[in-house]
Design a protein around this ligand. Structure first.
Ligand code: KIV
Length: 278
């Protein structure tokens, strides 16, 4: 397996373990993470050389048609992680703990995380929260489960925030976020997603901790970036989010293919000889 760097030099694609992922920070090597929810997207992302694949609870809004991530269940996460697992051979596979599957107490969180690792094959889990998750993260890490934190615009708290609103914009909440990041590091988290916070604050957090920060809508100074599969590929209708770069509008391209297919079936130009059994 090899990949081209931006200079065009071939470099081998390494199997990404949790220690390897953490090491990228000290090497100042930007970490590439993307979400995936099914087998084909996992195969493509893995072969493209991304470092980590996240089965995010964004599966709810991108794939299952929910309005928020709140209704996503642990069983749904497990179902999608299983599919992604079959397509991943080298990237680090991380899965979100769904809302309600870890907040009650650390033992509950551990039970949910164990299911994700044992039944679906993820290598690590992610939880939303900072200082409030200290005991939970510690409990899971002590049990041998690599755990990632997620602070800032944490979508599972959408109803507390009153919408998907940027966080950490005033001094007080910025200070809290710095404390949250330190608490997660002390609890043993191997990385932290920083979502929807000012770039300068993300830079400050990144400089203050030894574990990697992975940004989404958090600027360039994070140790890596994560984007949602459907956002990168333009698979959903509507204006792209400010934090998302739509590299291609696949929804339009797919629709055009569907229209052509429908036309060809209706005018009997498909199937041709080539697609028929003689
Ligand atoms: O669920 C998700 O996709 C996420 C990323 C946006 C970090 O948590």
């Amino acid at each position: 397996m090899s990949s081209k760097t931006t200079e065009g030099i071939a470099t081998p694609l390494r199997i990404v373990t949790v220690p390897e992922f953490v090491k990228y920070k000290s090497k100042a090597r930007p970490i590439v993470m993307v979400t995936a929810y099914d087998y084909p997207s996992a195969l493509i992302a893995d072969s493209a050389g991304v470092d980590a694949i996240l089965v995010g609870d964004s599966v709810g809004t991108t794939t299952l048609g929910y309005e928020t991530t709140i209704p996503v269940t642990l069983d749904e996460i497990i179902h999608h992680v299983r599919a992604v697992r079959r397509g991943v051979s080298r990237a680090l596979l991380i899965a979100d703990l769904s809302f309600g599957s870890y907040q009650a107490d650390p033992a509950d969180a551990l039970r949910s995380a164990v299911r994700i690792l044992k039944e679906a094959g993820a290598q690590a889990v992610k939880v939303e929260g900072g200082s409030n998750m200290l005991n939970t993260v510690k409990h899971m890490v002590d049990a041998g489960i690599p755990t990632m934190g997620h602070i800032g615009l944490t979508p599972q708290s959408v109803h507390i925030f009153g919408g998907h609103k940027a966080q950490g914009k005033d001094k007080e909440s910025a200070r809290h976020m710095l404390e949250d990041a330190a608490a997660l590091e002390n609890a043993g988290a191997f990385g932290i997603v920083l979502e929807g916070i000012p770039a300068a604050l993300a830079g400050e957090i990144t400089a203050a901790i030894r574990i990697p920060t992975i940004g989404i809508g958090a600027g360039l100074q994070c140790d890596g970036q994560v984007q949602v599969w459907h956002d990168l590929l333009g698979l959903l209708p509507g204006k792209p989010f400010r934090h998302a770069k739509r590299y291609v509008n696949l929804a339009e391209q797919i629709k055009s293919v569907m229209e052509t297919y429908a036309l060809e079936v209706r005018d009997r130009s498909f199937p041709t000889e080539e697609h028929s059994i003689n």
